[in-house]
Every structure is written in structure tokens, then in C-alpha cells.
Design a protein around this ligand. Structure first.
Ligand SMILES: CC(C)=CC(=O)SCCNC(=O)CCNC(=O)[C@H](O)C(C)(C)COP(=O)(O)OP(=O)(O)OC[C@H]1O[C@@H](n2cnc3c(N)ncnc32)[C@H](O)[C@@H]1OP(=O)(O)O
Length: 258
């Protein structure tokens, strides 16, 4: 059972869909919404019927950032004591694939939330940016690190230092966005992608995610060694037997997620 107020959670087949739902505040990420997104992802992680997670917002905003009104009165002692935003680290511990479907503003914490997902499908209306500098702060949910890894130093510096936004086309060219679709098709296309992933073998999809993510943490040689060992371990699964048999028998695989 889930009882959320600032998000909607629903299950579409094997996909868990989390919709940010603070429309009046352009889905600004306050403590409640942040807690609910993390709780929903952890609930879906535990659900054996779910193979992939989709996080989305509204037509106007994926999320316009961390909630400025909530942050404004806090002191250094407050944010240090509560370790503000540390909760978001629990999203990067998720092992199931997570797709972000972004329309409208994905600014500050909104862009950072999208980057915490495994890849981003953007509507042609999407706008990405790290405007924290305009508020007298810097990104605090991984933006300076994940954006730099996604788009390189030059563009990350440009965005973090000027606070300007980039549109969907620039974000795709820069490598932040996997694909752009017309705004009207965003949810359908993102759901199609998430469903495709969810129909794969879950343990193998988790291994693929872990292997790609390892490339951010290690040297090339170590990463390739890690990949090779994980690849070898896929042969211990029923789904490797089934996937290869299905190819040879010219039929669709029937994965058991084991
Ligand atoms: C500090 C860290 C680690 C991370 C951060 O994310 S800091 C925040 C970064 N984000 C921003 O600086 C963007 C702030 N928002 C805007 O600049 C604008 O709202 C906009 C360009 C996204 C949209 O402008 P528009 O004129 O179309 O809409 P507004 O009237 O400005 O907004 C509608 C409604 O939403 C409230 N809102 C928007 N963003 C936030 C936010 N990040 N935190 C709290 N509230 C937000 C806005 O105040 C307005 O509500 P009210 O009319 O009740 O004031």
C-alpha cells in the first residue's frame, strides 16, 4: 500500500510510474516530495512484478528545482545537521533501471533528479539548467558532478557558472538526453522504452545497469575486467539459457527473471 500526496504512483504492467505532482509550485522538490519519490522507488525496488521505473512530471515542468521557499530560511547549522539532500543518494542505490521523461523545466534539483535516473527521454519543450548560482548557491544534488560527466567540462562550466538553460536539442547534442520526442508523445514513448526494458530479464538488466555505472567509478581496465566477470556470471542464469535458445528456435524469449 502507498499513501503519497506530492507524487502519484501507478503500475503499468511491469513498469512503476512515478509522477511528480505539485503543479502549483512547478513540482519544486520540497522535503515531502523528495521523501515520497525515494520511498516510491524503494517500494518499486522491492516489488518482484516491477522491472523498470519511470519518473515524470507535468507538461510545464519535470521539476523547477529544489524548493527555494523551504530552503531560504535555513542556516548553515541547519543544512549541515540535517545533511540536506543526502536522501537523494538513496536513488542512486536503486538497482532497477529508471527512465526520466522530461517535459518543460528541469532546473537545478529537477535536472539533478533527471540525471539520477539512468537515461532521459525529453519532450521538445524540455529545458535543462543548473541555475543555483543565481540564488547564491551551487548545485547540491550531484549536478556539478553528473552534468560534467554527461556533457563534459566546457558545457557544465557554462551552465553552472552562467545559470543559463539549454533546450532539448542542445541537451541531446551535448549527450545529456538520450532522445527527443514531440511533447504530446512523451509519456507513450517513455512508457514504451520502460516497458521494453521491463520485458527483458530483470537480473540481466540490473547487471547491464551496474556495468555501465561502473564506468563512472573506475579505470578502463578495471571496468572491462568487471564487465567480463559480470558477463561470465550471466551464464549462471536461466534467462541466458532461455534468451539464446529463443534466438536459435526463432521465437520470442520467455524470461523467468532468474
Ligand atoms: C540549491 C539546489 C541544490 C538546487 C536547486 O534546485 S535551487 C532551485 C533551482 N531552480 C530555480 O532557480 C528555478 C526557479 N523557478 C523559476 O525560475 C521560474 O519559476 C521558472 C522559470 C521555472 C518558471 O517561471 P514562470 O514565470 O513560468 O512561473 P513562476 O510564476 O515563477 O512559478 C510558478 C510557481 O512555482 C513556484 N516555483 C517555481 N520554482 C520554484 C522553486 N524552485 N521553489 C519553490 N517554488 C517554485 C513559484 O514561486 C510560483 O509560485 P507562487 O506564485 O506561489 O510564488
Amino acid at each position: 500500500m502507498s499513501d503519497f500526496e506530492t507524487i502519484l504512483l501507478d503500475r503499468r504492467g511491469r513498469v512503476g510510474v512515478i509522477t511528480l505532482n505539485r503543479p502549483k509550485a512547478l513540482n519544486a522538490l520540497n522535503a515531502q516530495l523528495m521523501g515520497e519519490v525515494v520511498a516510491a522507488v524503494e517500494e518499486l525496488e522491492q516489488d518482484p512484478e516491477i522491472g523498470a521505473i519511470l519518473i515524470t512530471g507535468s507538461e510545464r515542468a519535470f521539476a523547477a528545482g529544489a524548493d527555494i521557499k523551504e530552503m531560504q530560511p535555513k542556516t548553515f547549522a541547519d543544512v549541515y545537521a540535517e545533511d540536506l539532500f543526502t536522501q537523494w543518494d538513496r536513488l542512486s542505490a536503486a538497482r532497477k533501471p529508471i527512465v526520466a521523461a522530461v517535459a518543460g523545466y528541469a532546473l537545478g534539483g529537477g535536472c539533478e533528479l533527471a540525471m539520477l535516473c539512468d537515461f532521459i527521454i525529453a519532450a521538445d519543450t524540455a529545458k535543462f539548467g543548473q541555475p543555483e548560482i543565481k540564488l547564491g548557491v551551487i548545485p547540491g544534488i550531484g549536478g556539478s558532478q553528473r552534468l560534467t560527466r554527461a556533457v563534459g567540462k566546457a558545457k557544465a562550466m557554462d551552465l553552472c557558472l552562467t545559470g543559463r538553460n539549454m533546450d532539448a536539442e542542445e541537451a541531446e547534442r551535448a549527450g545529456l538526453v538520450a532522445r527527443i520526442v514531440p511533447a504530446a508523445d512523451l509519456l507513450d514513448e517513455a512508457l514504451k522504452a520502460a516497458t521494453t526494458i521491463a520485458e527483458m530479464s530483470l537480473p540481466i538488466a540490473m547487471m547491464a545497469k551496474e556495468a555501465v555505472n561502473r564506468s563512472f567509478e573506475t579505470t578502463l581496465a578495471e571496468g572491462v575486467r568487471f564487465e567480463r566477470r559480470v558477463f561470465h556470471s550471466t551464464f549462471a542464469t536461466a534467462d541466458q539459457k532461455e534468451g539464446m535458445a529463443a534466438f536459435i528456435e526463432k521465437r520470442a524469449p520467455n524470461f523467468s527473471h532468474r
